[in-house]
Design a protein around this ligand. Structure first.
Ligand SMILES: NC(=O)C1=CN([C@@H]2O[C@H](COP(=O)(O)OP(=O)(O)OC[C@H]3O[C@@H](n4cnc5c(N)ncnc54)[C@H](OP(=O)(O)O)[C@@H]3O)[C@@H](O)[C@H]2O)C=CC1
Ligand SMILES: O=C[C@H](O)[C@@H](O)[C@@H](O)[C@H](O)C(=O)O
Length: 316
């Protein structure tokens, strides 16, 4: 099958790496069982997805690995190289000595030799195994970014991943990394959708050559922290109706037109296919203007999984 998803270059990888701009998310809240997850991923590969987003904390690395093995087995793909796999360093391992063991654990879960992209999941470090949610604030501190980034660089130099980046980082934290990085972050994966547009961060990243990947582009409907605000948004509904598209497609197209890539999660075959149909039409200037004026609200923040701490927030 011809793949119609555009690709973007991943700068700062050594190998002319490219990344498909639509990625299938694998986090689900509440979590689904491994068999369901594996089948959904095989279905997504069949539908044309070639980029998958996982993380140690999601528990989805093993089912993703099993799905890749099955896709190879049944001939949906000929080689693992046809896929782009992103995973993330969880906060419990955000210490220089733990980074390489952590990526090796992820690779073992995935049954892969290398990742395409490894991200620091949050600019946070947990002092011990997290025993409860929300994580007590005494167990959380801001990551020592210099030493952890150096270990991330080592992961790339060792060939454990083709590129490295971050997630949920502010421009302030990125500025810090750029001041000492030998390999600059290729990607910053952040929440981004028409109701949380990330205009300034996106402009900052563009200026620095850091690609933005948008997680929760549909407002994380169905998760602990997400809701239906996007699907209930009157202005988005009007644009969708006028264009004969769905609200989801309007959101995903909007993200794409901001120069970012899209990480949407759907385990439903019809919606997986729908979410790929965003490349043969565009939003008009008036529609973009209307979206620009939408009131903003953040869905996913550290407050959803750690105890509130103004002191910590002020350092991020
Ligand atoms: N780096 C980070 O900190 C974070 C990363 N992520 C990553 O991003 C991915 C996506 O973000 P997520 O928060 O899951 O939220 P999304 O914004 O992708 O929303 C997912 C929800 O939207 C539904 N949905 C998907 N497509 C459609 C459609 N066309 N029409 C209507 N409903 C639709 C899904 O249901 P259904 O499956 O039934 O279609 C699901 O309930 C995650 O899976 C994860 O990989 C997410 C949060 C934080
Ligand atoms: O336990 C912690 C939370 O689930 C946290 O992992 C999510 O908010 C998240 O960043 C994600 O990537 O989905």
């Amino acid at each position: 099958m011809e793949n119609k998803v555009p690709i973007v270059p991943v700068v700062s990888s050594f190998s002319g790496l490219t990344m498909p701009v639509i990625c299938m998310g694998t986090a689900s809240y509440p979590p689904v069982d491994a068999g369901t997850l594996k089948s959904a991923i095989v279905e997504a590969i069949r539908a044309g997805y070639r980029h998958f987003d996982t993380a140690f904390i999601y528990g989805s690395e093993q089912p993703l690995g099993a799905a890749i093995a099955e896709a190879l087995n049944i001939g949906l793909i000929k080689s693992r190289n046809e896929l782009f796999i992103t995973s993330k360093l969880w906060c419990t391992y955000a210490e220089p000595d733990l980074v390489i063991p952590a990526i090796k654990m992820s690779l073992e879960n995935l049954q892969l030799e290398y990742l395409d992209l490894y991200l620091i999941h949050w600019p946070l470090k947990f002092s011990k195994e997290v025993s409860r949610l929300p994580v007590p604030k005494e167990e959380v501190s801001v990551i020592d970014i210099k030493s952890v980034w150096s270990a991330m660089e080592e992961c790339q130099l060792l060939g454990l991943t083709k590129a490295i980046g971050v997630s949920n980082f502010s421009s302030r934290k990125l500025e810090e990394i750029l001041s000492f990085a030998k390999i600059p972050p290729a990607v910053n994966q952040v929440e981004m959708n028409p109701l949380w547009q990330q205009k300034e961060l996106n402009e900052y990243c563009k200026a620095k050559g850091i690609h933005v990947s948008a997680h929760s582009p549909l407002g994380s409907k169905g998760t602990l922290w997400g809701d239906n605000r996007i699907f209930d948004c009157h202005a988005l509904k009007e644009i969708a109706e006028a264009k004969g598209k769905t609200i989801a497609q309007i959101c995903l197209r909007w993200v794409y037109e901001q120069g970012a890539s899209v990480i949407a999660k759907s385990f439903n075959k019809k919606r997986m296919e729908e979410n790929l149909e965003i490349f043969d039409w565009s939003l008009s200037v008036e529609e973009l203007e209307k979206i620009r004026g939408l009131p903003q609200c953040k869905f996913n923040s550290i407050g959803t999984f750690i105890e509130p701490s103004a002191e910590l927030e002020a350092q991020l």
